[in-house]
Write a protein that binds this ligand. Structure first.
Ligand code: TXA
Ligand code: MG
Length: 328
């Protein structure tokens, strides 16, 4: 928990009360969710939401996810909610699932990046839920990292990235899931998974009773969904197995580079939980190239593979013609 520097009264107040007071004053609060830490602002205040973009260094026009305490708040943010969304809300909320739905008319453009849809979710982390219940309305929050960096999964990561730029950091320990929420677009038929994440695509298909699309055509895709995303400073190379990893690390070292391998085995739940911490560690150690063996493409493994693919993609600043608006 950190507060405005030099404010002697701040230690007396309970962290949650200070966080709510900050949100009501249009300030920013970093808070833990079950996926990653979020950088929150009052979603009803365009000025507060604009501060998020300034602090993250995120280009305008990237839509934000609105977090609410329960599905009962959907009508004040969304309209024409389809039956399938209600089924998913009942089965997966609170939890790591973000639904794209038609936005309700009064929602400000700054939240949705001017889109007609809004991303909305009910997180399951107890501290996030307490914050949302006490605050009483929606909190717009992207991951609490600087634009283009990996998401923070501890309060220390948030401090390292954003430091004093955040008014309050609620420390809820390491995030249990470790990768971002699954994003599903329910404004199209069949619904399309825009970003694999904390809820497995298999679970969604089981709830809906049919397969979902994978956004291969990119219809639902917003800025922040392109390649070169979730990237550490080290470059990432993906290989199939331990033997290839060893061979590649030897080659890279022979050429004078700091190379390490990451091969934590097939447990995708542990892999997701640790992934962003491992990527940050590689940077802290000054690794030039991290040679990574991804987990199998099942359950949470799909989200981990997605993030690794994006981390391994050519960087926007290194590749002519690549979009520079591709990381959130
Ligand atoms: O787990 C998570 O989802 C975390 C925690 C804090 O909730 N949040 C998160 O937010 O990952 P962010 O902003 O880092 O990533 C959200 C992604 C962005 O790529 C954004 O473009 C996309 O969701 N998004 C949000 N609203 C959208 C919309 N209406 N249409 C299309 N994409 C949208
Ligand atoms: Mg992000």
């Amino acid at each position: 928990m950190s507060g405005p520097a030099g404010d002697p009264s701040s230690d007396d107040e309970a962290p949650l009360a200070r966080a709510v007071a900050a949100l009501r004053a249009g300030r920013l609060v970093a808070f833990p969710t079950e996926t990653v830490y979020g950088l929150g602002a009052d979603a009803r205040s365009p000025d507060a939401v604009r501060r998020i973009y300034a602090v993250k260094g995120r280009p305008p026009g990237h839509p934000l996810i609105v977090h609410v305490a329960s599905a009962e708040q959907l009508p004040s943010w969304t309209r024409d909610v389809p039956e399938e969304a209600s089924l998913l809300a009942a089965a997966c909320w609170p939890g790591p699932l973000t639904m794209l739905l038609w936005r309700e008319g009064r929602v400000d453009d700054v939240v949705t990046g001017g889109r007609d849809t809004i991303g909305i979710r009910v997180p399951s982390h107890p501290l996030a839920l307490s914050l949302l219940r006490t605050f009483g309305d929606g909190i717009a929050a992207p991951s609490a990292n600087r634009f283009g960096r990996v998401s923070p999964t501890t309060a220390e990561h948030v401090r390292a990235d954003l430091g004093d730029a955040v008014d309050v950091i609620l420390d809820g320990g390491p995030c249990p899931v470790g990768v971002e929420s699954t994003i599903i677009d329910l404004t199209v038929h069949p619904p399309v998974v825009v970003r694999p994440g904390g809820v497995a695509v298999e679970t969604i298909a089981a709830v809906l009773g049919h397969a979902v699309g994978d956004d291969a055509g990119g219809v639902s895709r917003a800025p922040g969904m392109l390649l070169s995303h979730y990237a550490p400073r080290a470059s990432i190379e993906l290989v199939e197995d331990a033997t290839s990893a060893r061979t590649r690390v030897d080659e890279l070292r022979a050429s004078g580079l700091e190379a390490e391998s990451l091969d934590p085995g097939p447990d995708a739940v542990r892999y997701a939980h640790e992934l962003y911490g491992w990527l940050r560690e590689a940077d802290d150690k000054g690794v030039d190239v991290l040679v990574v063996v991804p987990p199998p493409a099942e359950g949470l493994g799909q989200a981990v593979r997605d993030r690794l693919r994006k981390a391994a993609a050519p960087r926007a600043d290194e590749e002519a013609g690549a979009s520079s608006d591709d990381a959130t």
